[in-house]
Design a protein around this ligand. Sequence first.
Ligand SMILES: [Zn+2]
Ligand SMILES: [Zn+2]
Length: 283
Amino acid sequence: MRFVQNKGKDAGKTGPHPETGLVSGRSSIRAALHALADLLSPPCCLACGQILPFSALPLLCADCQAQLRWIEPPLCACCGLPGQEGRGQLCQACRKQRPAFALARSPLLYGPPLREALLHFKFHHDFAWLPSLAALCRASALLADLTVPDWILPVPLHLSRLRERGFNQSLLLARACFPAWRSRIRADLLLRTRSTVPQSSLDGAARRSNLHAAFAVPRKEDVRGKSLLLVDDVFTTGTTVQVCAEALQQAGALRVEVFTPARSVPWLLKPGSPLPAPGQSQR
Ligand SMILES: [Zn+2]
Ligand SMILES: [Zn+2]
């Protein structure tokens, strides 16, 4: 799959007023300018490079959108794992031991083209993907499951990793996915106090011991009694957000919920999985 840099024009800002439905003179001029810009420099699909007829988000052609695998109910009432029949039903892992977070939700499975998008964004500084990733997330009905948080906390990077990468992908995702809650985003409430090896290189108990005492809440009074939303890029085993949630619970948080754009469930990406086939569940 070829990934391309895209102009990333935000066509979502044009069109009728969201409440009145009227198109103002200014927005109609903006729409005309966007149309002209599209004519001069046509938008391309971020995943395959195919020219798109217009620059509405997400910048993905129909074929690439059809590859997305949306997560939809029934799912575990707690961790959001799809395929759990029955309202309020918990998956086996959550029945065995309830996580420190009250709820976790992810709109999409970690498969193509989302996986490549997140990897390019995270490791190749391909920020053109960000508005489209956020548009996909905001289209998911699962966002309605989240409690309105007092604070949104991006999963922190250690300072050495932050300097090396230059940005915290979770902070940028939080800003892009929750623009209406932007003033609630706090990157100073949860800190990573020691450098750890990437979780993706480990499995099982090693993931847990890798993160032992890796997070700290510097000012407990700021999270005590608060409802918090943790944001990370991918929910794989849930160990990272579990360890973060434990630190926040120990600091007195009232409730911790988790949002990640993607959830890794490898067995659900296999052909014949119980989720809708690619293309049957697009929005
Ligand atoms: Zn495409
Ligand atoms: Zn669960």
